[in-house]
Design a protein around this ligand. Structure first.
Ligand code: NAD
Length: 484
């Protein structure tokens, strides 16, 4: 029986009361590697109490001293980089290269947070009125909460807590029960870096734990990343409770391919975007919209590339290009889309159900699938599939391609492949989403920029990362002084 993992509260391991638990898999093998507790309101209360108790002292620590701890944390993350990446591969199933990217993107947020003394600087205006000076200062909010999805076990938690704690808040992280181990290791390393107990806590659980966090009177702000229905619920419930909320949701990302696109580089970018992390990315380019005559040659290139994609267990073979889905339910959901696409009349050119693995295993595998002739009304065109399925929709011109992309209720990312600057400019201006790529397959912003979803991909006003992250985790005080 795999071990029941603990919460991490007040800088220490905290036993859980319940024996109710769900399995954490190594998806490459289909083996259970840990049990994660179901979580309870009592455990949430303990974590929030620890964070609340730590807040006044932590908020008083000068920003330069908080930065010193973050510099040590960054150093420890580098020293443990490879083992963190291996841990991500083990509990998530993504390839080791993808796992290194997951950790690296998180470390970059820590690097940003190391600049906190500059980032927290306020504003002054001398003599706003005769004899009166005005100044704006930033203050932390208190206890902040992070609720994270399974698909980036390192990066998404690190979108949140490094900036929150750098700003002087304390934090309770509730990671996805599918990938709780990386989050625990990140918290342990933070303690090792000198972070006082209670500043960063990890509590496990699902809906019950989330409900307790959403309604806890001592929680000031909630950062959520996950699927759209849950994001919307968290935003509505959290704000109704008077909390500040940023909630990033799901996505459907369109990739427009113009007739003048370079086919080699475009194919490689589309393959990476559609099948990277087995399609389990909120920035996965899952829909290629072809314009005019490019469709035939592009499909030939894609079929060839998909046929040579090595799929298999990622924990033993570094040359594997695509790993498994996260769990059996995810695999069944994607199989459902493959069946419905065929029933709705799309043309399945590459069938991921017929997969030959690089190494035999009981993992949750599907190969890459490619559908052509997808129509706007099909489920394949509307839903976030979140698996290794690329769909292709044919259009006649850029206007039609833009209209198709802009019909999507989501608004995370979209990309165009072209050699024409005028076309690229029109696309960037007219596409209705927050993260735009021009000849870039996955336009995920670096830490200094906000992760800028629109529409049903984001609920709130201030996104994670960059200056918006700093604004989200602070509130302003404006001071007017008159000294006679
Ligand atoms: P999910 O919504 O199922 O879970 C996210 C978190 O919410 C988890 O911690 C989970 O325990 C909790 N949760 C799940 N159901 C809940 C409920 N009914 N009530 C309260 N809490 C609940 O998402 P997931 O499957 O872990 O992650 C995949 C989704 O996340 C995809 O839709 C993907 O697009 C999205 N995502 C979005 C971004 C972004 O920046 N927009 C980034 C990464 C992932």
């Amino acid at each position: 029986m795999a071990t029941l993992i603990k919460n991490y509260i007040g800088g220490e391991w905290a036993s859980v009361e319940t024996m109710e638990a769900t399995p954490v898999y190594n998806p490459s093998r289909g083996e259970v590697i840990a049990q994660v507790p179901a979580g309870s309101a009592d455990e949430v209360n303990q974590a929030v109490a620890a964070a609340r108790a730590a807040f006044p002292a932590w908020a008083e620590v000068p920003a330069v001293e908080r930065a010193r701890i973050l510099f040590r944390y960054k150093q420890l993350l580098e020293e443990n980089f490879e083992s963190l990446a291996r841990g991500v591969t083990r509990e998530h199933g993504k390839t080791i290269e993808e796992a290194r990217g997951d950790v690296r993107r998180g470390v970059e947020v820590v690097e940003l947070a190391c600049a906190i003394p500059s980032l927290l600087m306020g504003q002054t205006l001398a003599n706003v009125a005769r004899g009166i000076d005005g100044q704006l200062e930033r203050y932390p909010l208190g206890v902040c909460v992070g609720i994270t999805p399974f698909n980036f076990p390192a990066m998404v938690p690190m979108w949140m807590f490094p900036i929150a704690i750098a700003c002087g808040n304390t934090f309770v992280l509730k990671p996805s029960p599918k990938v709780p181990l990386t989050a625990l290791r990140l918290a342990e390393l933070a303690t090792q870096a000198g972070l006082p107990g209670g500043v960063l806590n990890v509590v496990h659980g699902g809906k019950e734990a989330v409900e307790a966090l959403l309604r806890h009177p001592e929680v000031a702000a909630i950062s959520f990343v996950g699927s759209t229905p849950v994001a919307k619920y968290i935003y509505q419930t959290g704000t109704a409770q008077g909390k500040r909320v940023q909630a990033a949701g799901g996505a459907k990302n369109f990739m427009i391919v113009m007739p003048d696109a370079d086919l080699e580089t475009t194919t490689s970018a589309i393959m990476g975007s559609a099948f990277g992390c087995s399609g389990q990315r909120c920035m996965a380019g899952s829909m290629a919209v072809t314009v005019g005559r490019v469709v035939g040659p592009l499909l030939e290139h894609l079929d060839r590339a998909a046929a040579s994609l090595r799929v298999g267990p990622t924990d033993s073979d570094n040359s594997v290009a695509m790993g498994p889905l996260i769990d059996p339910a995810a695999k069944n959901r994607v199989l459902g889309y493959l069946n419905s696409g065929v029933e709705e009349g799309a043309s399945l050119r590459t069938d991921g159900r017929k997969i030959v693995l690089a190494e035999q295993s009981n993992g949750f595998f599907l190969g890459p699938s490619i559908f052509d002739r997808v129509q706007p009304g099909m489920r394949l065109a509307q839903d976030e599939i979140f698996g290794p399925v690329l769909t292709v929709m044919r259009t006649e011109d850029l206007g039609e391609a833009l209209a198709r992309a802009n019909q999507s209720p989501y608004g995370n990312g979209a990309v165009i492949f072209t050699r024409d600057g005028g076309v690229a400019r029109r696309f960037a201006r007219e596409i209705q989403c927050g993260m735009v790529g021009i000849n870039v397959g996955v336009p995920a912003p670096m830490a200094v920029f906000p992760f800028a979803g629109w529409n049903q991909s984001f609920f709130g006003d201030l996104h994670v990362q960059g200056s918006e992250g700093i604004q989200f985790y602070t509130r302003n005080k404006v001071i007017l002084s008159r000294w006679s």
